[in-house]
Design a protein around this ligand. Structure first.
Ligand code: NAD
Ligand code: TYD
Length: 366
């Protein structure tokens, strides 16, 4: 029976991971440590909060005393580290918070784990899994081979640079102190509980309200998309069978331009709202509710500074070594995601407050 600490468990991937783990590992207990930044939401953990083997602790990974207490009070043997500032646009406008949370926060956790687990100098008392991103590898040209675990680091945004630094720290704690660590570098996720500042939920919520769909630049930037529950399965494979000290790239084998993503999302909404009168009543401003198409909302806006052109993942290692492959195709994952947002309107309404919209309008108004 394992005792997990999930940092950032009230965020998008963290909350999905908590639900997935509790469902799939009935003997394990899960403690979430989250400071509840704008991106953290207790409502995302609602289904787990009824479970006795779940506990939520409101705190900061930068608070060493708090982390020390959690590790010892709850006999934590596994840390799944997801807490981070995660939005590239925000890192461009305010990099400081990213250095603190992503770099200093990871250092604080590593120090706490080292002190708690390597007390007598012998390794093996715990595992630190670090959840990272493919963005640490930089940007690919159209014909470049996909990123793999041997690709050189070349981060381009303050976000990816802070994640790259945290990856290096994790590696160093393994080599220098013998801490048991694994790292996964994953491509773009989408699915339930994603804050509507990221591409897919932002476009979805805007389309439902008949608001513009702001495409940065020419819309030809490419990302590799993975349904969030598949990412959770990938982390699980690494936790259960991954080799200590090793890094695993996780991807969806689904390269799409941003325009393709938005077009597919619009077509899906046209179909759902076009055929369901109850949805037309709930979202009267959506063009699909009055026989038109959401595609007419597409609007090209100024590009993100330093916008990476293409990300792609070669997932040969995790597939060959650990037998991991995504379950969902992009089409099935997108349908599940849209359905979830339509069924959970109160979740996203709760976080779409005025300050968030103001931030978007100030920085990305067309
Ligand atoms: P998110 O922004 O939705 O959630 C981050 C969570 O961390 C929030 O709940 C926030 O309150 C919490 N947090 C932030 N700073 C904290 C601190 N100092 N102490 C405690 N909690 C803190 O992010 P996400 O999309 O769920 O990403 C989770 C992790 O996965 C991040 O490390 C990110 O770099 C990585 N990742 C994300 C993606 C993606 O597509 N979203 C892809 C690959 C990797
Ligand atoms: P995002 O979801 O912010 O993830 P990341 O920057 O980590 O890849 O953005 C995904 C892609 O969508 C990226 O190329 C930027 C683009 N994008 C837009 O064109 N418009 C938007 O409003 C947003 C949020 C993103």
């Amino acid at each position: 029976m394992a005792s997990l600490l999930v940092t950032g468990g009230a965020g998008f991937i963290g909350s999905n991971f908590v639900h997935y783990w509790l469902r799939s590992h009935p003997g394990d207990s899960v403690t979430v440590l989250d400071s509840l930044t704008y991106a953290g939401n207790l409502a995302s953990l609602e289904p787990a909060r009824a479970e006795q083997r779940f506990r939520f602790i409101h705190g900061d990974i930068l608070d060493r005393e708090c982390v020390d207490r959690i590790l010892s009070d709850h006999s934590i043997d596994t840390i799944v580290h997801l807490a981070a500032e995660s939005h590239v646009d925000r890192s461009i406008h305010g990099p400081g918070a990213f250095i603190q949370a992503n770099l200093v926060g990871t250092y604080t956790l590593l120090e706490a784990a080292r002190t708690c687990w390597l007390k007598d100098g012998s390794p093996g008392n715990g595992r630190f899994h670090h959840v990272s991103t493919d963005e640490v590898y930089g940007s690919l040209g159209p014909e470049d081979p996909a990123f793999d675990e041997d690709t050189s680091y070349a981060p381009n945004s303050p976000y990816s640079a802070s994640k790259a630094g945290s990856d290096h720290l994790v590696r160093a704690y393994h080599h220098t102190y013998g801490l048991e660590v694994t790292t996964s570098n994953c491509s773009n996720n989408y699915g339930p509980y994603q804050f509507p500042e990221k591409l897919i939920p932002l476009m979805l919520v805007n389309a439902l309200h008949g608001r513009a769909l702001p495409i940065y630049g020419d819309g030809m930037n490419v990302r590799d998309w993975l349904f969030v529950e598949d990412h959770c399965r990938g982390i699980e494979a690494v936790l259960l069978h991954g080799r200590s000290g090793r890094t695993y790239c996780i991807g969806g084998n689904t390269e799409r331009t941003n325009m393709e993503i938005v077009r597919q999302l619009c077509l899906h909404l046209d179909e759902r709202l076009g055929s369901e009168p109850s949805l037309q009543e709930r979202f009267p401003d959506c063009p699909a509710s009055s026989g038109s198409t959401c595609g007419e909302l597409v609007s090209f806006v100024k590009d993100r500074p330093g916008h990476d052109r293409r990300y792609a993942i070669d997932a040969t290692r995790i597939e060959g070594e650990l037998g991991f492959r995504p379950v969902e195709s992009f089409e099935s994952g997108l349908a599940l995601t849209i359905d979830w947002y339509l069924r959970n309107e109160s979740w996203w309404r709760g976080i779409m407050d005025g300050s968030y919209r103001q931030w978007i309008d100030t920085n990305y108004g067309s």
